[in-house]
Design a protein around this ligand. Structure first.
Ligand code: TUI
Length: 318
């Protein structure tokens, strides 16, 4: 399938693999890129030295296009960006903030910037400073999220900008891909489904928890800290939401108590498989994810199901 974004990036399918901290390593990202999608390395709270190791290994695993994501809440974001602009990486995506301050160096290096946005305003700002495309992420997504839904936000951004829109949040099968294209997107970004792929190094118990989750299996923590995060419900979220409720009424909420609870919890879930007291970041679509598959098969299934969905419905419009 050729869309504006496959042509601009030189990929075979308009499918990005979301940059998930601790999960989207070179094994996962190279599997997606080698299968014709856009693999994206997640760098979470990495230092520049840690990102360098990942990028150098990535170049040995694929000669297809790939991207590196910079999570803008990372305290090392400046040094990570300074490394990336001279690393040979051709595409940078960003999340959890406004990458405007980095645009000059990114542009000077001839690198394509594709920021994740959660509002029309930021999408327009990103177009103005020269972004190649935007990933428009709804609050159905896992991890750090905005406040708007994919269904409502994607068409609004698609109407507001001329650069390609990639839809993210709540997409986990070919019907979702077809729907996103109907809303005006040129492609999709998918996290949760790839987190349980064969090539994902997430702990088997993490994968089992995502596969077992149902439609109402996630909760959003961190609303009062200003950093809402969607995760699977478990003992950690129960405790976290309880404390949030308690401290909401305080004059100066004891945010440190929440920060302490969250510290290291994502690594605990993904690496150690502690799905009871770890932070199992996953999107609302987890209820649709029922099996582990290879990245190649995931992409092929997404594309063939999207086509079947479109064809089955097209006769309705005759
Ligand atoms: O970044 C993500 N998802 C993430 S990052 C992450 S690591 C983390 N862990 C704990 C707390 C915080 C982060 C886990 N999941 N998705 C991309 C995304 N970006 N979603 C929403 C946004 C976003 C929100 C507001 C992007 C820009 C933005 O604008 C802020 C501004 O300055 O206008």
């Amino acid at each position: 399938m050729q869309t504006k974004i496959t042509e601009i990036l030189g990929i075979d399918y308009p499918i990005f693999q979301g940059a998930m901290a601790w999960i989207s390593d070179e094994d996962l990202a190279s599997a997606v890129s080698n299968a014709g999608g856009l693999g994206i390395i997640g760098t979470g709270n990495d230092t520049a030295a840690e990102v360098k190791v990942k990028v150098e290994r990535m170049f040995t695993l694929t000669d297809k296009p790939f991207a590196v994501n910079v999570m803008l809440l990372n305290p090392h974001a400046d040094e990570v960006m300074a490394y990336l602009v001279q690393s040979g990486v051709k595409i940078i995506t960003t999340g959890a903030g406004n990458p405007g301050q980095y645009m000059d160096q990114i542009e000077a290096a001839g690198i394509k910037l594709i920021p994740v946005v959660a509002s029309v305003a930021l999408a327009k700002r990103m177009e103005r400073i020269g972004a190649t495309a935007v990933v428009v992420e709804g609050m159905e997504a896992g991890g750090h999220i905005g406040k708007q839904t994919t269904m409502a936000l994607v068409p609004q951004v698609a109407s507001a900008v001329d650069i390609p829109v990639i839809a993210a949040g709540g997409i986990g099968d070919g019907r979702g891909v077809a729907a996103a294209l109907m809303l005006g997107a040129e492609g999709v970004q998918i996290g949760t489904l790839f987190s349980v792929s064969h090539e994902s190094n997430a702990h088997p118990d993490f994968k089992k928890a995502v596969i077992k989750a149902n439609d109402i299996g996630t909760a959003v923590t961190g609303n009062i800290t200003g950093h809402p995060v969607r995760v699977l419900r478990n003992n950690l979220t129960k405790e976290y939401l309880k404390i949030e409720k308690e401290i909401t009424s305080q004059e100066t909420p004891d945010i440190a108590r929440l920060d302490e609870l969250g510290k290291g919890s994502l690594r605990r879930a993904v690496v150690e498989g502690d799905v009871k007291t770890g932070s199992v970041m996953a999107g609302q679509i987890a209820g649709l994810v029922t099996e582990e598959n290879s990245c190649h098969d995931i992409i092929q299934n997404l594309m063939s199901e999207a086509k079947e969905t479109y064809q089955a419905k097209s006769s309705l419009f005759n």
